[in-house]
Design a protein around this ligand. Structure first.
Ligand code: LMR
Length: 410
């Protein structure tokens, strides 16, 4: 008998999760996972931050906590503290009441609420993202009803750095009043961030075209190891007077990947607009998922609102970002020593969790098949997948891939 469901077409896989599955299914003893953006220790293990464990134990013993619903816009102590680490405790905007924030479902959920708000309430139709960008940006905005995006150039294959001229040109040639997604720091997937001077030029172009900045901040602390430095671009735009939205994820910097803890901050010119904005956000969230989760929200809020725990957390971020930096140096040195064709300076020039190696899709495939080393077909490597135990193995595999399958532009 025919079924209505026979008409359902097979959808393409989500690459990053498909690669994780391929890695998990692989039984080879030397396999290496350099794909999904999740931190690993030097023993290739997930890391529950000690400060997170400490707070979880405290919560387990606290009989006053329960599992009642949070408000639709989430746990206020989380949202307030999250905006504070974004804008700085002494931000004039916070003092002037020009900031409001709501707890959302990690970075993705924040972006979706942001897209719904910008599209359905503020009636924006166009959005722009960098080429390349995090794979989910396009999907989120299209699902929210935006038109096909106008991507802006970002990665320069020849310099393995930022194509600032192309980026500015594309920002200027996009339709006026487009939403522009900007990575606050530790650009995913390239690991290339604009300099402060370049950010100023970007802000000029965005302002000229009346674009609306939406910052995606998924890696605060991961780029430099310092929360303040990693918020520089956001603070610069905010101080310059832009109205804007910022999404924050606590997946990476708290290691709370599956708790879906995030925050959406809105910066406005007139505090009077905040009450109606919050009422519209309430409807959007109610119609999507009703209210956000409690467990991780309380962990993050507890840490951000306590001086000693906050200091401990900053130490953990430093531990993670320092390990990444060591792996960058270790990989670059090995490739240079092996005489691997190409230049490898970009591995240490790039920052954050990822390195955009310049490896081609064929070379990536070769490494998976021959060495059981898994990365994204774009050549993006999660630096946290490298350890002192597998650096030699990975460097040799890259060397073999690059020499066996030459690529003109390497
Ligand atoms: C990544 O880029 O690997 C992570 O942000 C995980 C994801 O959801 O894509």
């Amino acid at each position: 008998m025919g079924s209505l469901f026979n008409e359902v077409q097979q959808a393409p896989p989500i690459e990053v999760f498909a690669v994780v599955k391929a890695f998990n299914d692989d039984t080879h003893e030397k396999k290496v996972n350099l794909s999904i953006g999740a931190y690993r220790t030097n023993d290739s293990k997930p890391w529950v931050l000690p400060v997170v464990r400490k707070v979880e134990k405290e919560m387990a013993d606290n009989d006053t906590l329960n599992h009642e619903y949070l408000p639709i816009l989430g746990f206020e102590p989380l949202a307030t503290a999250a905006s504070r680490i974004l804008l700085g405790a002494d931000s004039p905007l916070l003092k002037e009441g020009k900031v409001t924030a709501v707890q959302v479902l990690s970075g993705t959920g924040g972006l979706r609420v942001a897209a719904d708000f910008l599209g359905k309430i503020l009636k924006f139709e166009n959005f722009m993202y960098s080429v390349p960008t995090w794979g989910n940006h396009r999907l989120i905005f299209l699902h929210s009803g935006f038109k096909e995006p106008k991507p802006y150039r970002y990665w320069d294959e020849s310099t393995k750095g930022l194509n600032i001229d192309g980026m500015l040109e594309d920002i200027r040639s996009a339709p006026d009043r487009s939403v522009i997604i900007l990575h606050a720091c530790a650009h995913n997937p390239t690991g290339v961030d604009p300099t402060q001077e370049q950010w100023k030029l970007i802000a000029d172009a965005v302002e000229e075209k009346h674009h609306f900045p939406l910052f995606d901040s998924a890696y605060q602390g991961f780029a430099s190891g310092d929360l303040e430095k990693d918020a520089w671009a956001i603070r610069y735009f905010a101080e310059r007077g832009f109205e804007m939205l910022v999404t924050q994820s606590f997946a990476k910097n708290f290691g709370l990947y599956n708790e879906r803890i995030g925050n959406l901050t809105l910066i406005v010119k007139d505090p009077a607009v905040i009450t109606p904005i919050r009422s519209q956000l309430t409807l959007l969230v109610r119609g999507a998922y009703s209210n956000p989760p409690n467990h991780g929200a309380r962990i993050v809020a507890r840490v951000l609102n306590d001086d000693a725990l906050f200091a401990e957390w900053k130490g953990a971020i430093k531990t993670m970002s320092d390990r990444i930096k060591e792996m960058r140096t270790g990989l670059k040195e090995r490739l240079i020593k092996l005489g691997t064709p190409g230049t490898w300076e970009h591995i240490t020039d790039q920052i954050g969790m990822f390195s955009f190696t310049g490896l081609s899709a064929e070379q990536v495939k070769y490494m998976a098949e021959k060495y059981h080393i898994y990365l994204l077909s774009s050549g993006r490597v999660n630096m946290c997948g490298l350890t002192t135990h597998n650096l030699d193995y990975v460097a040799e595999a890259i060397h073999d891939a690059v020499t066996s399958i030459p690529k003109a532009s390497l």
